[in-house]
Design a protein around this ligand. Structure first.
Ligand code: GLC
Length: 735
């Protein structure tokens, strides 16, 4: 192997027999390994060169170097070993293979899997956390009847995974937007093979000491998830569809009558005129602005769905504009047409900046005219009912031309990018969420998991789907609570809201032709239990918002698998039915029909049942009884939980009370506060409070004071005692 080190770029290139293999040393503990770099100009990655020298040695024909506590031994241009703390973590083989079916060569990266190695990540896949034994294909796919691991492709293509060997971790990110296939030890239990047909070998290794650090480093490479509004931590009620304004009013009325917290009602496709985007069916919604204004009086806002494709209709302004300005994708020089909800439809070329600018403007007019607060981006895999878009559908961008096979997986990303400024130009944080996504999408939009079903195993997998998404930098997420397709029932809905109560995006949504599953749709008992849980959720909003701030600023997960927090506890690696919310809340719900007890594993420390105050010692499992309406929410002892009290809607300006719940003998909390709605935090308009508790005394100090808080009082609660203090920048109180 010949060796050349470009010190200016910090790239090491090895060569021999006309082949090369390069190592690019980057900041954030990222190492890029490539034979040839993939074209990443259509996604945004953020990295800089590592600004220190890396010492490279030639030892007996092997090239060796250390980078961020990892040791690399390159044995040939096709093979390298990676060591951590003097132990072999894995070996990687880089191969060119021939595919009999496609009749062409493809690039294959093979990672050695030893006995008990685990592989996590890959975003939304409906499966357990550990992906060893399964096969995946990253190709955004709309399949409303997906079941478990039988479906290797889902809505999102998130080419990231976290490799674990004996509690040491390594992240892999594959940046090509073409299809990858991942055979995670399915064909050969000792081999994880990552194959890409269309671009050369190129991958980013994400280094770090533990899951938390690697996740953060990966997050800074692909971009931290965007900072949502505080209100978006409230509850959303949805259905395909609340078909007219009376049905929408009825939802608002019933929530009010039943004293149920709610912040958003979602409008599915029936609000549109013939499923034409950004139009209103006036026979169903004669005065949308009046409706949205009325709801806002009650602190409820509307979110409207928007589908990727545009109805083919020359009389329809949007279709005409896009066609006249060559902003549709084309095939053989003509607008490419396939069928979606409106029937024949064209597929906008969202990759073009002109298309984005146009949609940004159209959406802005729409939300302003009708008082709509959020945009729900759907069918953007893109879904097409007459077969997939052919690979050679064209996207013209200036003098460049791209083919659909390169764009398919980032179609959704370019769609949602159109709508970011729709909100930010008014200094408002977007309410923007998407069904399809690529690895880099969460900095523009959050996601939900598409069409799950009202089935018990879909409830079970809602936990692991959300945790896998979280590990893959989609940290603001949620599934349709209650299940979208199929008919739900009382017990399932209750268990679902119990289980997913702390998922960042909390929305109950159900499909056309299924029975209603609003909280009041079954019986009085269901409504009561649901109310109890929504109240708990609303109480925890400041806790969740603090985590949301940390997510957007530092790449920290909101919900996490236990092994992310308890890095030395091997037991946590195999837990699929519990999750952590930040560091202080452990959720262990019932996920099985008719079950009234379950085993709960507690990691180190002491844990307090939030619902009944019972205490449990950690490093141990217990069988705990949980009848319908009871579930497992456990607080880590010695913590301080920030809460709101008794809200039915989250309107920051109207919230004058902050509650601090103290558990145990000591605790620390760094609490973030801002207006929860605008981008003013970027100009320093936020507060950070340092709160601590010890020796029975609570100290409250304002560390950053950039925002005028509407808080008037603070209530401190501990062991059933509650003390009230007028809100001030600094105080100490004995409990
Ligand atoms: C898709 C979406 C679903 C929506 C339906 C109708 O199936 O995933 O959430 O209700 O389309 O718009």
């Amino acid at each position: 192997m010949n060796m050349e080190f470009n010190k200016e770029k910090n790239i090491l290139t090895l060569s021999g027999n006309g082949e090369t293999l390069s190592f690019e040393f980057l900041n954030n503990k990222v190492l890029r390994i490539f034979k040839e770099k993939n074209d990443t100009s259509l996604i945004e990655l953020s990295y800089k060169k590592f600004n220190k020298d890396v010492e490279v040695k030639n030892e007996n024909g092997n090239i060796e170097f250390d980078f961020n506590n990892f040791h690399f031994v390159v044995k040939s241009l096709q093979n390298l070993d990676i060591f951590k703390d003097f132990e072999l973590l894995t070996s990687i083989d880089l191969k060119v293979k021939f595919d009999e079916y496609e009749k062409r060569n493809y690039f294959s990266t093979n990672v050695k899997l030893e006995n008990d190695i685990k592989v996590f990540g890959f975003g939304d896949k409906m499966a357990f956390l550990n992906k060893v034994g399964y096969y995946y294909r990253s190709h955004n796919t709309d399949d409303p009847n997906h079941q478990d691991e039988l479906f290797p492709s889902l809505y999102k293509s998130i080419n990231y995974c976290l490799f674990e060997n004996n509690l040491k971790y390594l992240g892999f990110f594959f940046p090509s937007t073409y299809i990858y296939t991942y055979d995670v030890g399915k064909t050969d239990i000792h081999n994880f093979s990552i194959n890409n047909f269309d671009e050369n070998i190129d991958m980013f290794l994400i280094l770090g000491e533990d899951v938390e650090e690697i996740t953060k480093n990966y997050s800074s490479l692909v971009g931290h998830p965007y900072f949502v509004r505080l209100k978006m931590l409230g509850y959303s009620q949805s259905r395909w569809s609340y078909e007219n304004e009376e049905m929408v009013r009825e939802v608002a009325r019933k929530f009010k009558e039943n004293d149920l917290p709610i912040d958003y009602i979602h409008l599915d496709i029936h609000y549109m005129d013939g499923y034409r985007d950004f139009t209103i069916d006036k026979s169903r919604f004669p005065d949308m602005k009046k409706l949205s204004d009325e709801l806002k009086e009650d602190d409820i806002e509307l979110v409207a769905i928007n589908d990727a494709a545009i109805k083919e209709d020359r009389e329809f302004e949007i279709f005409k504009y896009l066609e006249d300005n060559n902003l549709f994708t084309t095939l053989d020089g003509k607008t490419y047409i396939n069928a979606v909800w409106p029937g024949d439809s064209g597929f906008p070329n969202y990759v073009s900046e002109k298309t984005k600018e146009y949609f940004c403007e159209v959406a802005h007019n729409f939300i302003k005219t009708y008082g709509i607060s959020g945009i729900w981006c759907d069918m953007n895999e893109p879904a097409s009912f007459r077969g997939e878009l052919p690979k050679n559908v064209e996207y013209k961008v200036g003098s460049k031309k791209y083919l659909h096979e390169k764009i398919h997986n980032i179609y959704a990303e370019h769609m949602v990018k159109s709508f970011v400024e729709t909100f930010t130009k008014d200094n408002i944080r977007p309410y923007l969420f998407s069904r399809a996504a690529f690895a880099t999408t969460s900095k523009y939009a959050f996601v939900w998991n598409g069409d799950n079903h009202s089935l018990w195993h879909h409830l079970r997998f809602s936990i692991t789907q959300n945790l896998s998404l979280s590990l893959s930098n989609f940290m603001f997420n949620g599934v349709d609570v209650g299940g979208f397709g199929s008919d739900g029932n009382k017990q399932l809905l209750i268990r679902w809201v119990e289980a997913d109560l702390f998922m960042p995006f909390l929305r109950n949504h159900s499909s056309l032709n299924t029975i209603h599953q609003e909280p009041y749709a079954f019986d009085e008992e269901t409504t009561e239990i649901y109310r109890k849980y929504l109240r708990i959720r609303y109480d925890f909003v400041p806790y969740l918002y603090n985590l949301t701030y940390r997510m957007s600023n530092f790449g920290e997960m909101i919900v996490r698998p236990l092994f992310a927090n308890y890095k030395n506890d091997k037991k946590c690696l195999t837990i699929n039915d519990e999750y952590m919310v930040g560091e202080d809340l452990l959720v262990a719900p019932i996920l099985t029909q008719d079950a009234i007890e379950r085993s709960v594993y507690f990691p180190e420390g002491e844990w307090i049942d939030y619902l009944n105050g019972k205490k449990y010692k950690g490093n141990k499992s217990y069988v705990i009884e949980m009848n319908l309406g009871e579930t497992g929410y456990f607080i880590r002892n010695n913590s301080i939980i920030p809460q709101f009290k008794g809200l039915n809607h989250i309107e920051k300006d109207k919230i004058d009370t902050l509650v601090l719940k103290v558990f145990g003998k000591k605790g620390k909390l760094s609490l973030y506060e801002d207006d929860g709605n605008t981008l003013n935090y970027q100009k320093g308009e936020y507060n950070i409070y340092d709160i601590s508790f010890k020796n029975n005394s609570l100290s409250f100090k304002t560390k950053v004071n950039g925002y005028k808080s509407p808080f008037k009082k603070i209530i401190i609660e501990k062991d059933g005692i509650s003390k009230e203090v007028p809100f001030k920048n600094e105080f100490i109180i004995n409990l």
